[in-house]
Design a protein around this ligand. Structure first.
Ligand code: GDG
Length: 479
């Protein structure tokens, strides 16, 4: 299987596959289609594309293989030590909390940094080996910020784009990082650097200016519009490209779905109102705060436990890291306490699941929920908010959304709240519930306005606008 003619290469920490164990004990790699692969598959297929990434289990990597859709995958092997230093350590205990505005304190560990640098080097070398002459390479996310810089050195012929899926912090926070210059240099190896929000792009540009790089353009960064930074006689374009979802796939419901949704509501005891939370179990998502707000509303009698049910789906995430363990135990303690205080036997007021559910089931939960609670302390975008809205093309439901989720920029018709302020979360939830009863028409208008925004700004628009901008940037003749 030749890969030398790959004219489009996606590089991400994870390959879009998982290792499944069959009933006979044998193992096979199965596609795990997320939003990214859905958005990029058409481009990968039409452009002879391939995907470079880690297959998800340490100390083993299969030979390159094709997915069912024909996309060529190039696995990068990570050892257990790489995983601990590069992934758990530097990516998730240093960069993740730093870029999420220090919700917990980042740890600065030199060994982790060395692992991050080595693994980024390996990813870049793999890309350099498989990319065709003059190929377009799209590097994804905070785990791989050094890849553009390394690639630029070894393959100057490539056109390199980078997209950050999490927030980019203000300079005052970023400057804590002992390896800030290396990270900036790594990113500046790109021709185009994309962020979700204008605010993230502005933070990056201010840092570039502090490093005395020349920044061209006006004071405002507009959506999908690129700024230019001059570095090493090259122009690097910087812009905001808010990611989205495949709204049509998410939001189409058959009669069989409607039946399953009814059954699900019956399983929950047919409560008058279902409130829903769906998150990776991460301290950035504000799950505990949300549960506390719910508990206080039950305590004061503002909510009646006979009428409401809160469903919290929490996907396991980064389970070996201390802060994640602590968050999980706090969340589970709160669920136990609330149920202990307010549930009737056989009718829990909080339904909690700490496991992943099928996408089809997730869509049913979204559709059935009267109020969706999305209350992160900080979130690059938050696709859950957009998925909920996509499932309510019939105008039902209400979204309570943290001001600190990137999605709040595009969904002003949500009930916005300050996730750090329990009173604000309580107020938003109560207002939404009351409005569902008292002002059904206004609620329908709000939901339909959000639905239209998500439908017309889907993940294809995101990838197309990034790739269009990338194709325009980087060519020295043009600038
Ligand atoms: C990062 C940024 C940015 C959740 N539970 C289940 C399940 N999910 C799916 C959701 C959604 C995805 O996981 C979560 O995406 P988010 O955007 O909400 O959050 P992060 O994982 O933190 O993602 C974020 C994103 O990157 C994209 O750029 O928006 O800000 O932090 O799609 O549906 N899916 C299934 N079962 C579950 O139980 N199948």
């Amino acid at each position: 299987m030749s890969s030398q003619d790959n004219s489009f290469v996606v590089v991400a920490n994870r390959l879009p596959v998982d290792l499944h164990t069959n009933p006979d004990g044998s193992q096979t790699w199965k596609e795990s289609p997320g939003g990214l692969v859905t958005a990029l598959s058409p481009v990968l297929e039409s452009q002879n594309g391939c995907w470079v990434g880690w297959p998800g289990s340490t100390d083993e990597a299969p030979e390159p293989f094709r997915t069912d859709k024909g996309v060529l995958l190039h696995p990068v092997k990570l050892t257990e030590a790489d995983f601990e230093g590069f992934y758990e350590g530097f990516s998730n205990a240093t960069l993740w909390p730093l870029y999420h505005d220090l919700i917990v304190t980042p740890e600065y560990d030199r060994d982790w940094w060395h692992a991050y640098r080595d693994v980024n080097q390996r990813f870049a070398e793999e890309v350099a080996a498989v990319a065709a002459d003059g190929a377009t390479v799209w590097v994804q996310d905070y785990q791989l910020q050094l890849v553009p810089g390394i690639l630029r050195q070894i393959r100057p012929d490539l056109r390199i784009g980078f997209f950050l899926h999490i927030p980019f912090p203000s300079g005052d926070l970023f400057r804590q990082l002992p390896w800030r210059e290396e990270i900036m240099r790594g990113l500046l190896g790109s021709d185009l650097i994309g962020f979700h929000l204008e605010n993230n792009a502005r933070n990056f540009l201010e840092l570039a200016e502090r490093q005395e790089l020349e920044v061209h353009g006006e004071a405002a960064v507009r959506k999908a519009d690129a700024y230019v930074v001059s570095s090493d006689d090259r122009h690097v374009h910087v812009g905001a490209f808010p990611i989205s979802i495949s709204a049509d796939q998410m939001g189409s419901f058959e009669v069989s779905d409607e039946k399953a949704i009814e059954e699900l509501r019956a399983d929950l005891g047919n409560p008058k109102h279902v409130i829903l939370g769906v998150d990776r179990l991460d301290y950035t998502k504000g799950i505990l705060q949300r549960l506390t707000a719910f508990e206080e509303l039950l305590e004061t009698g503002a909510l009646d436990p006979e009428e409401v049910t809160l469903v919290q789906l929490a996907t396991p995430s980064r389970e070996r890291l201390t802060h994640y363990r602590k968050t999980r135990s706090q969340v589970e303690e709160a669920v136990g306490r609330i149920n202990g205080r307010f549930s009737e036997l056989g009718r829990p007021v909080v339904h909690y699941q700490h496991r992943s559910v099928d996408k089809s089931v997730l869509r049913h939960y979204y559709r059935l929920a009267d109020v969706m609670l999305v209350t992160p302390f900080k979130d690059g975008m938050n696709l859950v908010a957009k998925e909920y809205v996509a499932c309510h093309g019939n105008g039902t439901g209400a979204l309570v959304l943290s001001e600190f989720a990137g999605a709040a920029d595009e969904l002003p018709e949500a009930y916005l709240c300050n996730a750090f302020d329990i009173e604000s979360v309580k107020r938003a939830l109560l207002t939404a519930l009351k409005a569902l009863e008292d002002q059904p028409e206004t609620m329908e208008e709000r939901m339909l306005a959000m639905h239209e925004q998500v439908r017309t700004h889907d993940v294809n628009l995101w990838s197309e606008s990034f790739l269009r901008e990338l194709s325009r940037s980087g060519t020295p003749d043009e600038d």
